[in-house]
Design a protein around this ligand. Structure first.
Ligand code: GDP
Ligand code: MG
Length: 162
């Protein structure tokens, strides 16, 4: 079986956009309306000559009661099934309570966690990404899933961890 890389994070941070960037095709559903991805969608990916399975997560309703509990549950499932996890946060928004729910779960795992600070579309926004060192999840990787900026370095780090 191929190694499994799970992409987790709260709705609308750009998980599906990142999955499409990694796949090199538009297959994962990207929406301005959050919550369209089914709970977990699996794709076979290829990067730098390595094959692996990538899991796009999401699908839960936003702003429902108990959102953080639901998120924590999703994070736990992703950690269980994956060999490595990319946590995506929106660097332009910074940390929210929902992001914190992921961080709490992911800090406890022994599996590798790679922190992606997404929506860093230009160099000017990189400072916002580096503020995320404070999460205790290691080096934040500034990336623009939309434009591709930094995505190679992020993937290299993730594959090193797989
Ligand atoms: P998901 O809910 O985490 O899967 O997020 P999506 O991939 O569906 O993206 C949510 C919204 O963020 C969409 O409108 C995307 O076009 C936008 N988005 C995703 N990545 C980027 C990025 O790197 N930069 C910017 N500016 N927008 C992005
Ligand atoms: Mg999605």
């Amino acid at each position: 079986p191929l190694p499994v890389l799970a992409i987790v994070g709260r709705p609308n941070v750009g998980k599906s956009t990142l999955v499409n960037r990694i796949l090199g095709r538009r297959e994962a559903v990207v929406q301005d309306v959050p919550g369209v991805t089914r709970d977990r969608v699996y794709y076979e990916a290829n990067w730098a000559g390595r094959r692996f399975t990538i899991v796009d997560t999401g699908g839960w309703e936003v702003d429902v009661e108990g959102m953080d509990a639901r998120v924590a549950e999703q994070a736990e499932i992703a950690v269980e099934l994956a060999d490595a996890v990319i946590l995506v946060v929106d660097a332009t928004v910074g940390m929210t309570n929902t992001d914190e729910a992921f961080v709490r779960v992911l800090r406890r795992t022994k599996k590798p966690v790679i922190l992606a600070a997404n929506k860093v579309d230009n160099a000017r926004q990189e400072a916002e990404a580096y503020a995320l060192w404070s999460l205790g999840l290691g080096e934040p990787h500034p990336v623009s899933a939309m434009h591709g900026r930094g995505s190679g370095d992020l993937l290299d780090a993730a594959l090193d961890a797989l």
